[in-house]
Design a protein around this ligand. Structure first.
Ligand code: BES
Ligand code: ZN
Length: 927
């Protein structure tokens, strides 16, 4: 029903798109003309900090597809001198003079409408030339300014950089700013000769500026056809580190000169993963060079501009002395993600932002494969896969979630789409296909999709088509099945199912049924509905074959989309368990009957639990705790199950458990029964803490890399819950650091324990301890170290310290960059003492915060997460809801985040009412 409705809306909008009158009010560009090529010439002024600005001309070859009397394109916050606009016909039979008679601005949609003197005729090509100028803004979007302190001279150095995705190319030059309008770009940059100019393509020619002394023009090669959001350029005085991998295109890594020694790792990793993709996709990287550059002021994590990839410093710069293993892996993942986009996104682009997941889901999944290929010892594919699933199990269990393929109704919907559903859920459904199709068909399907849509745009149906063909060719899917029927149920529909498995132990069979899994338990079963095509893999206690992820059966949907139950035969009897969803290949939860749970608990707590795949151990923990949370299982069962963690020595099950226990703890720690919970956590964590040698610096002896991550995570919980000697040891490390003669040069705290050590020391420490760390922050030259410190400074229990820190985070005269304020805020708001302060600060200053973040309002949404996880009473919920209603104007563009926040709070309220006592009782039994 929903789908039909959407379809009709799309149709209605489609009709509007064809008309091009000046009363045109649709947010998409009219389709009467199409750009064929851009010549973009821009002069950038960086010499006077009071006047950082640019001015340029864009010459666009425009083909008329229909007769029309106007050209509508995008322009935002640009000054355009109308008298300088020219228009001439350059192809077609008789070339008539043409011109622009008048212009109109449509502020709502950033349209700039040029009414032409003569009608443009279908089939002809015209050249439109527009001059434009603007300030280099401070908003981290469009063509903007960034800066850094030169350590030698102590002077501020300025640079310029672009960030166009999703809809800010229009703020840098007038253009047809929709992903479907691909065209080649010829960029020419003018700047003072002390700087370097970079763009997507290599520089071709340098000439002196015709009038400005010491200024030059650099013209770059013509690019391949690409979408506007991928255009990039920068003027800076950075240093670069060329890569040395043979047979790679020219590959350089750029940073401010005093950080150039942090470029080695990315310079080595980048070309390796690029080469892996060339071979995986069977398509060479098409540009002659690629640059990656670390920008001091940068809002996102990174941006995949074709041939000129931009990063936050933390996502590109690596220091062996300061970057933890977790940060290093994240860095590799970001580089792999952006380079995956060079194919998925740049070469083949989504037709419209509705299918953003074709960019982001792919980049996310392919990056995991890329990193796994280069550093298999990290086991990061497993980690990424589980971490994505854990995220989506939560997000997509909210009614306010949305489908992976997301209808866009207004421009602000586009920015909101860069969320966990597009990234993590997009990635999870690709992994699912990879696992049910197998390597050969999946790869072949992707290759033919990439080949077919190179330099073009695609929508998800195009992908389904390529994969279906490959699947049938390699017999990976029955002929009667096609990928579209299966996958539409995953990408057009919100949510995921819980599969109820009811075994018939005598009949050796099991009956399976499905319904949508929702956290909000007030929604009745009838209203849940939904049907997903589920590939069913499973194994039994006798078989224990977790390597086979191919489906043994399918759960199907009926003609009208109704769910059908499924019976599985040939299962063992009552002495053996079954586990569905080997390696968690598919996004669904499983609820077994109580006997099956009992068998599982026996194996986990007393049996050979390590024969159950490590991802499935994580799955059992997550499922049991979720089902208990929503009342579909007893807490008794869930808590008995996780008791086995005292035997668990692997990272993933612990990660799964901690993610769930964190939720519970954020509520319980505000209640009288926290006492029992604390004792329970101590009991669970002590064995693994001791097994890993506590806080002792044993890292160099650890062979299995993910044990390092485990140790980092366990240390963090151990100190929070004062397990064994955790706190005293942490304080001792910190004292040792403080007594160093040059603490900025020498730090005795083990790299992978710094978060825990700093946080613990700030929590139990003095004002002087706080000041010491803040001084290190200001002096640090390494982004990863700065981030660690920033989050640790929020661990104080002093109200005044936290209040001062909050205000510092949003004070532009302080040392914290705009992009990083959120880390400080979140650290304070997740701290049980800081929570109320942060909430009050947010409510009192919502207007200020909105302006602070504007126009990137999505970031403000991230400030809400700590509230959603710590509000659990009806009256606090009401208070927040009323606040939101009253502050609507200061929360524009955050609608989705607010819905999700409110719904999460509501499910907390339900949990408290239903489970609080039950859980506490089952914990007390286990103490
Ligand atoms: N295409 C995005 C950058 C982006 C994000 C542009 C949001 C506009 C709005 C880029 O490829 C990306 O996904 N970056 C991630 C990091 C990545 C490793 C998950 C980011 O910025 O968080
Ligand atoms: Zn991306």
């Amino acid at each position: 029903m929903k789908w039909i409705l959407l379809f009709m809306v799309a149709l209605g909008l489609g009709l509007a798109a064809a008309s091009t009158s000046s009363s045109y009010s649709f947010y998409r560009l009219p389709t009467a003309v199409r750009p064929q090529k851009y010549h973009l010439k821009i002069l950038t002024h960086l010499d006077n900090p009071e006047e950082l600005r640019f001015a340029g001309t864009v010459r666009i070859l425009v083909e008329a597809l229909q007769n029309t009397k106007n050209i509508t394109l995008h322009s935002k916050n640009l000054t355009i001198d109308e008298s300088q606009i020219t228009l001439r016909q350059i192809s077609g039979e008789e070339k008539k003079d043409n011109c622009v008679s008048s212009t109109e601005v449509n502020q709502d949609h950033d349209f700039y409408v040029l009414n032409t003197c003569q009608e443009l005729l279908a089939g002809n090509v015209y050249e439109l030339s527009l001059p434009f100028a603007a300030e280099l803004n401070k908003q981290l979007e469009g063509y903007y300014r960034s800066s850094y302190k030169d350590t030698d001279t102590n002077k501020t150095r300025w640079l310029s950089i672009t960030q166009f995705e999703p809809a800010s190319a229009r703020a840098a030059f007038p253009c047809f700013d929709e992903p479907g309008y691909k065209a080649p770009f010829v960029v020419t940059l003018g700047f003072h000769k002390q700087y370097t100019g970079l763009s997507n393509m290599p520089a071709k020619e340098t000439k002196p500026h015709e009038s400005l002394a010491d200024y030059i023009w650099v013209e770059f090669d013509e690019s391949v056809p690409m979408s506007t959001y991928l255009v990039a350029y920068s003027v800076n005085d950075f240093a670069n580190k060329p890569s040395t991998l043979p047979n790679s295109p020219l590959f350089r890594t750029w940073a401010r000169p005093n950080a150039i020694d942090q470029c080695n790792y990315a310079a080595e990793f980048g070309p390796k993963v690029l080469q892996y993709y060339e071979q995986f996709f069977g398509i060479k990287f098409p540009l002659p060079k690629i640059d990656q550059i670390a920008i001091p002021d940068f809002n996102a994590g990174a941006m995949e501009n074709w041939g000129l990839v931009t990063y936050r410093e933390i996502a590109l710069l690596f220091s062996p002395e300061h970057t933890s293993l977790a940060d290093k892996q994240r860095l590799a993942n970001v580089v792999a993600h952006e380079l995956a986009h060079q194919w998925f996104g740049n070469l083949v682009t989504m037709k419209w932002w509705t299918d953003l997941w074709l960019n982001e889901g792919f980049a996310t999944y392919i990056a995991s494969l890329g990193v796994e290929n280069i550093n298999p010892e990290w086991r990061s594919l497993e980690q990424d896969s589980l971490s994505n699933l854990l995220t989506i199990f939560r997000k997509d269990a909210l009614e306010s979630s949305h489908p992976i393929s997301r209808p866009i109704e207004v421009v602000s919907d586009i920015a909101e789409s860069f969320d966990q559903i597009s990234y993590q859920n997009g990635s999870s459904v690709l992994r699912m296909m990879h696992m049910f199709l197998g390597e050969e068909s999946f790869r072949a399907g992707l290759q033919s999709y990439l080949q077919m849509y190179s330099y073009k745009n695609a929508e998800q149906d195009n992908l389904w088509e390529s994969l279906t063909q490959a699947a049938h060719k390699f017999r990976a899917l029955p002929k009667s099945y096609d990928i579209k029927s299966i996958m539409d149920s995953w990408t057009l529909q919100t949510g995921y199912p819980v599969i109820n498995v009811t075994r018939d132990y005598g009949g050796k069979s099991a009956k399976l049924s499905q319904e949508r899994y929702l956290l909000n338990t007030q929604i009745s079963r009838e209203h849940r509905g939904g049907c997903w095509w589920v590939p069913l893999s499973y194994t039994t206690q006798g078989e224990q074959d977790f390597n086979n992820t191919a489906p043994k059966a399918w759960m199907e949907c009926g003609k009208t989309g109704e769910s059908l139950s499924k019976t599985i035969q040939d299962l063992p009897g009552a002495d053996q368990w079954v586990i569905f969803n080997t390696q968690l290949s598919t996004l669904y939860k499983v609820n077994y009957d109580s006997h099956n749970w009992k068998l599982l608990i026996e194996t986990l707590t007393e049996g050979d639990f390590e024969r159950i795949h490590v991802i499935n151990r994580a799955q059992l923990i997550d499922d049991a705790l979720y089902l208990a949370w929503t009342g579909e299982q007893d807490y008794e069962i869930a808590m008995r199950l996780i008791e086995y963690l005292q035997r668990e020595r692997e990272y993933l099950p612990w990660k799964s458990a901690f993610e769930n226990l964190k939720r519970v703890s954020r509520i319980l720690r505000q209640t009288p029964e926290f006492e029992f919970f604390k004792r329970y956590i101590k009991k669970l964590v002590t064995p693994i803490y001791l097994h890993l040698n506590g806080l002792n610096d044993t890292f160099s002896g650890i062979q299995q890399q993910d044990q390092i991550l485990l140790k980092t995570m366990v240390a963090n919980w151990a100190c929070q819950y004062q397990v064994a000697d955790c706190v005293p040891l942490a304080l001792q490390y910190y004292r040792n650091w403080r007594s160093e003669a040059d603490p900025d040069e020498k730090n005795p705290v083990p790299l992978n324990l710094r978060n825990t050590v700093y946080c613990t020391s700030i929590k139990y420490g003095t004002d002087a301890d706080w000041e010491f760390l803040w001084t290190r922050y200001k002096k640090s030259n390494v982004a990863a170290e700065k981030r660690t410190i920033l989050t640790s400074l929020g661990c104080s229990r002093e109200v005044w310290v936290l209040q001062r820190y909050l205000e510092m985070a949003y004070d532009p005269n302080q040392a914290i960059r705009k992009q990083d304020s959120m880390w400080a805020f979140q650290a304070i708001a997740f701290n049980e003492v800081g929570f109320l302060l942060a909430k009050k600060y947010f409510m009192d200053n919502v207007n200020f915060l909105y302006k602070f973040y504007y126009p990137i309002t999505k970031d403000m949404g991230r400030l809400l997460t700590p509230f959603s996880e710590q509000v659990f009473t009806q009256s606090d919920f009401n208070e927040f809801r009323n606040f939101v209603l009253l502050s609507r104007d200061s929360l524009k563009g955050l609608e989705q985040a607010i819905q999700q926040t409110l719904e999460t709070m509501l499910t907390n309220v339900q949990w408290k009412e239903r489970n609080y006592h039950q859980m506490s009782r089952s914990i007390q039994k286990l103490l």
